[in-house]
Design a protein around this ligand. Sequence first.
Ligand code: UD1
Ligand code: CA
Length: 473
Amino acid sequence: MALNVVIMAAGKGTRMKSARPKVLHRLAGRALLDHVLDTAHGLSGTNGPTPAEGAAPVHVVVVTGFGASQVQACVGARGQCVRQEPQLGTGHAVQQAVPALDALAPVTLVLNGDVPLVRTETARALVQACAGERLALLTVELDDPGGYGRFLRDAQGRVLGIVEHKDASPEQRGIHEVYTGILAAPTAALARWVAALRDDNAQREFYLTDIVAMAVAQGVPVVAAQPASQTEVLGVNSPVQLAELERLYQREQAHALMEAGVRLADPARLDLRGTLACGADVEIDVNCIFEGAVSLGDGVRIGANCYIRQAHIEAGAVIHPFTHIDGEAAGVKVGEGALVGPYARLRPGAELGPEVHIGNFVEVKNSTLARGAKANHLAYLGDATVGERVNYGAGSITANYDGAHKHRTVIEADAHIGSNCVLVAPVTVGAGATIGGGSTIAKDAPAGQLTVARARQATLPGWKRPRKDKAGG
Ligand code: UD1
Ligand code: CA
């Protein structure tokens, strides 16, 4: 059975005090809206009453308004956008979505674009509680319920409605059960209810939350469900809340890693903005940032203050402190037992074989280094193919760019490149060749021989250093 999902993302987010629409602010490196879209699409294929019904499509409608074109660009093909102009409240937002809904889908799930961490399982439970017949609301008890809509119940605990914080009496503000901004409603009833909303309240807005009292009045059963954890339903309305939620999220991720056996020097000093797959006995020191898809093989050690994005690091490799690895689209691979850093930089297409050593202030881009090759100090390898056991001297660089095109440098196995050499690509250094320090190599250097390309050292006999003339002399 199909499912409608409405994501409300039209609000400006005044309290963010930002030109950027609130739903595009980032949590764990991705827009709040990206997280919500993940939750929505996670429901696909799982909302039919029986598995026999097969894949159940999710029809996602995103309500945009403030910064609509930017928000739409973020949504891309992941949903249909409808415009809400002007933004007259959450009920008004759902009004705009109604014409775009699949009328045959019995349930419509409403998600807040600024509540990013709702788990798919939680949303699914709400959809099932609705079952096309009930209004199902996700609520939570908060120690500090300030700002949220409060849940009103009668003496028997039956739901009466929701009162927004700004409309609540002091007594109602004492209620700790709050509405999370997430509900599942029968599609046809939802359309009727939002059409009947009025804006006679403190903010002169059309509150989606007013449909609860309507459902109660019409005898439609209202049920409340709770999420597994509070983090799931915390909303982001200000930079402080965004930072707090980021920390909560990071702590949960750190704990999950530790439970899987990863040893973190300090779980409070890890930032994971993507996915981190770890083998056994991985150790991560403080202040490391991981982005995109990163994998660390068995026994990998990551030193303090490393930034690692889009990279596969194989078993036993050691990344020393202050190393910067960014694979971007091409990725970075670090082979088994390789040593990298401190202060190394690996760029897209860097592929280090087993036991390779890359030392301080060495930059590697779009280059492969075969087993045991070493570049230990102050060097650049760009567009290079480096053979086994090559020793690449301090201060040497590949001159891979002629101003218009990039060219390759090939250094065959066992070659030694002295210090401070310039290898002007395209050029090949043969197997076992030695290049004298300070050489500029613009022609291929033959295998097994010493090639030197620099002015010969000369000593001028009898030369005297100039002296200042004596005053008055
Ligand atoms: C809303 C709920 C409140 C709940 C809280 C949970 C209402 C009236 N109140 O309050 O009960 O406790 O969420 O986080 O629903 N939006 C639009 N168009 C608009 C207004 C808002 O699309 O005209 C979007 C916003 O972009 C945001 C979401 O709806 O993603 C929630 O809006 P917001 O103004 O933050 O509502 P809250 O005051 O937090
Ligand atoms: Ca909010």
